[in-house]
Ligand binder design. Structure first.
Ligand SMILES: Nc1ncnc2c1ncn2[C@@H]1O[C@H](COP(=O)(O)OP(=O)(O)OP(=O)(O)O)[C@@H](O)[C@H]1O
Ligand SMILES: [Mg+2]
Length: 412
């Protein structure tokens, strides 16, 4: 990774001038943290005390150290109306700090930040907090969220990130009423793929392990940035093919071979990327208990459609109507199919995924255009036959058909 950001290996080896965060951990939290197994609602598990420490010595040199009081002021006393979201770790608040240093600023002044605070009972959280500071404090890339600093004071554990204006991809795909346009979906998929490729392709590869839509954050221009490195793990060393671990992650995203054997490789992340790509394509959640039984597991439901070029358009998020690239959908389906291969070795690398996704930005063959073209052709023929004029689009059979049924026509 040195070659890409110039900091990873160097920082790993540099001794911190501050005492290590681990050594400053209070006993009570540490005792809590040595619980051997803890699964929270989002299906995460904390590392057992005897697990080898996978990460380097913590090095917060480039990070700001905030006091609890500063962050309390920065978030207006952790006001409920400044809550941006809640995850397994705890609440995330919006706050403001001065441009230089850790001093709190008035709302709207200085820099806007997101402050994540560990739940008081977040037993799994301390280890994840350490991993987050350890990994994200040292990794810098346009597709990784920037960690600005942290707070460790008594039992309080907080993290301060750059504020991502548009929140998470999960919000945009599943909660907002306005659907994300096709071109933005491609931009987000490519950005997130670049983030994963950066982690995988460095001299000291990292496996992210928690790739999902809620961990993909978006800035004003819909640039995607990966957040949450609490479950990240250093990749296999030397001639090792995999890392053996306990199974952690989130249901619906984890690769089947990893769930069954605990053998972790970068191809586990590639599988999770395939799941997210499918969510982007379909607008459906990876697991959705509200759907009929055969449709609850997205991958199981979608696989037969992905494999059949004539059926692939039936997967497209119906909220897009005909506003998607015809070739783009085929290509995205093919990439998702490859990433979701049951044989992990057959999955592409994330570099290959980035290369396959990048050209899709330039495709302008929108389904709606081809239908307008067919429509006007049809209209012309009809006019000729019937001598009628001015057939409007809304009177057309093509226009009134649902995107799902018309989608099939693309593959003829
Ligand atoms: N840097 C940020 N800028 C803006 N919003 C953020 C930021 N970080 C997190 N959020 C918001 O807070 C929500 C909760 O984030 P968090 O990472 O704690 O949990 P999660 O990813 O939803 O779930 P899990 O704990 O299972 O990973 C996110 O979905 C997002 O909407
Ligand atoms: Mg998250």
């Amino acid at each position: 990774m040195e070659n890409k950001c110039g900091c990873w290996s160097a920082l790993r080896r540099t001794a911190s001038c501050k005492p290590s965060l681990e050594s400053r951990t209070t006993n009570s939290v540490h005792d809590a943290a040595i619980e051997t197994r803890y699964l929270n609602a989002s299906n995460r598990e904390m590392r057992a005390p005897n697990d080898p420490q996978n990460s380097s010595d913590l090095n917060p040199n480039q990070l700001l150290e905030f006091s609890f009081h500063e962050l309390k002021s920065a978030t207006g006393n952790f006001r409920p109306d400044s809550i941006l979201g809640e995850g397994g770790f705890g609440f995330v608040f919006k706050g403001w700090i001065h441009e230089n240093g850790t001093a709190p600023a008035k709302p709207g002044a200085g820099i806007t930040v997101a402050v994540k605070s560990l739940k008081p009972d977040g037993l799994q959280g301390h280890r994840e907090w350490v991993a987050e500071v350890d990994f994200l404090g040292q990794l810098h890339h346009p597709n990784l969220v920037k960690l600005i600093g942290y707070c460790i004071e008594d039992d309080q554990r907080l993290l301060v990130y750059e504020f991502m204006t548009r929140g998470s991809l999960e919000n945009h795909l599943f909660r907002r009423t306005i659907p994300l346009p096709w071109s933005i979906r491609i931009k987000i998929a490519t950005g997130a793929a670049k983030g994963l490729a950066f982690l995988h392709e460095g001299t000291e590869p990292i496996i992210y392990r928690d790739f999902k839509t809620s961990n993909i954050l978006l800035d004003t221009e819909y640039n995607a940035k990966l957040s949450d490195f609490g479950l990240a793990k250093a990749g296999p060393q030397g001639d090792k093919t995999h890392v053996s671990t306990r199974v952690v992650g989130t249901y619906g995203y984890a690769a089947p071979e990893y769930v069954m054997t605990g053998h972790l490789t970068s191809k586990s992340d590639v599988y999770s990327f395939g799941v997210v790509l499918l969510e982007i394509l379909t607008g459906r959640r990876s697991m959705d208990k509200k759907r009929p039984s055969g449709e609850q597991n997205l991958v199981m439901w979608a696989r037969p459609y992905l494999a059949d070029k004539r059926k692939v358009y039936q997967l497209v998020d119906p909220r897009l109507e005909l506003n998607y690239s015809v070739k783009g959908v085929q290509k995205v389906a093919q990439i998702a199919y490859n990433c979701l291969s049951r044989d992990s070795k057959a999955r592409p690398s994330m570099d290959e995924v980035v290369k396959a996704l990048s050209p899709l930005h330039d495709l302008n063959d929108f389904a709606v255009l081809s239908y307008h073209a067919r429509l006007s052709q049809q209209g012309r023929r009809k006019n000729k036959q019937e001598g009628t004029q001015n057939i409007t689009l809304s009177q057309s059979k093509w226009f009134n058909e649902s995107p799902r049924s018309v989608g099939k026509h693309h593959c003829k």
